[in-house]
Ligand binder design. Structure first.
Ligand SMILES: O=P(O)(O)O[C@H]1O[C@H](CO)[C@@H](O)[C@H]1O
Ligand SMILES: Nc1nc2[nH]cnc2c(=O)[nH]1
Length: 330
């Protein structure tokens, strides 16, 4: 396995100082290989195709199966992976060259197994920009999924509801996004393009698969939750701060319905390598755009986690039934 680290050391949540390498050793025994990889990483912030391939091979070989659907569990939504059966579980720390999860509600485990007749791989824990990871590193696992054989990405997140019609606990199916980090000149695709993943200038107009959105709406209807389901626009900000009222007003004027700190870079990476994307936000808190509404209410991660826990059953059912439909069609 090539020693590789997309960006320097970082502190984990348990306070340990940890090097991003799988074992801290160099690929050639004298440290030169690591240093070269690090230099490259500092320049490009991308993982070479071969490194992604090695990680994918490690997972497919270890799991003894090749997944078709990839699931990224949002904050507090790790239970989406608990419904997978015959699971092979990989802790991120034990996957060579994989980042570590540092956020509460993101367990840091990759679960590969069966769901509704399909083979799926689920990330219990995603990587966020505010953790100190460059975007290419945040969304690197999506490329790993691709090289594992994944054709469909299901990305889920916890988000603040800006659309005044949205209530806490509602589910917003994403049909578009506003890439605020992109506005600021930041992209997971920055750096040299490897055409084995996709084109230099990918189009994003059809990023969110309409067929999957329609299927999810039908499923929502049959679950009796159609009045708690919306189709809307998500925006990712860098975080880790929640938004000011002025920022929320600006986002609303731009047509944003829900706001979070993830998902967009994962979707960009997935579309770049031609995966079909389905994504939804669980609305965990309301975001007011009026100063008069402020009262004492402030978003907290505890509230986000608690709402996610309360709504995990509905989210699990939606995901499972959509997987079943995809599997039935193939
Ligand atoms: O997007 P996910 O990972 O669901 O988490 C959301 O919840 C956290 C804030 O409470 C942030 O990480 C935000 O992005
Ligand atoms: N940026 C942001 N992320 C969130 N994740 C969950 N709720 C929120 C929110 O209100 N804002």
């Amino acid at each position: 396995m090539t020693g590789y680290n997309a960006k320097g050391d970082m502190a984990t949540s348990n306070g340990n100082h940890r090097n991003g390498h799988c074992n801290g050793s160099s690929s050639n025994g004298n440290g030169t290989g690591d240093r070269q990889a690090d230099d490259l990483a500092q320049e490009n912030q991308t993982y070479p195709y071969e490194v992604i391939q090695e990680i994918a091979d490690f997972i497919v070989k270890g799991a003894g199966m090749r997944p078709k659907i990839g699931i990224i569990c949002g904050s507090g939504l790790g239970s989406l992976a608990d419904i997978i059966t015959d699971a092979k579980i990989f802790e991120y720390e034990k996957i060579p060259n994989f980042p570590v999860s540092t956020v509460e509600g993101h367990a840091g485990k990759l679960v590969v197994g069966h769901l509704e007749g399909a083979i799926v791989m689920a990330m219990q824990g995603r990587f966020h920009f505010y953790e100190g990871y460059p975007l290419a590193k945040c969304s690197m696992p999506v490329r790993v999924m691709k090289l594992c054989g994944v054709e469909y990405l299901f990305a889920t997140n916890a988000a603040g509801g800006i659309n005044p019609k949205y209530a806490v606990g509602d589910i917003m199916l994403m049909h578009d996004h506003v890439n605020m980090l992109g506005f600021a000149g930041n992209s997971p695709l920055q750096g040299p393009n490897d055409p084995r993943f996709g084109p230099r200038f990918p189009a994003l107009v059809n990023s969110y698969n309409k067929d999957l959105i329609n299927k999810a709406l039908e499923i929502g209807k049959s679950m009796g939750i159609e009045s708690n389901m919306h189709v809307g626009v998500y925006s990712c900000l860098g975080g880790p701060t929640y938004e000011t009222i002025a920022e929320l007003k600006a986002l609303r004027m731009m047509g944003v319905d829900a706001v979070g700190m993830s998902t967009v870079h994962e979707v960009i990476t997935a579309r770049h390598c031609d995966m079909k994307v389905f994504a939804f936000s669980l609305i965990t808190n309301k975001c007011s755009t009026e100063y008069s509404d402020m009262k004492d209410e402030e978003a907290t991660h505890e509230e986000v986690m608690s709402v996610a826990k309360n709504r995990q059953k509905a989210c699990c059912e939606l995901v499972a039934r959509l997987v079943r439909e995809i599997q039935a069609e193939s």
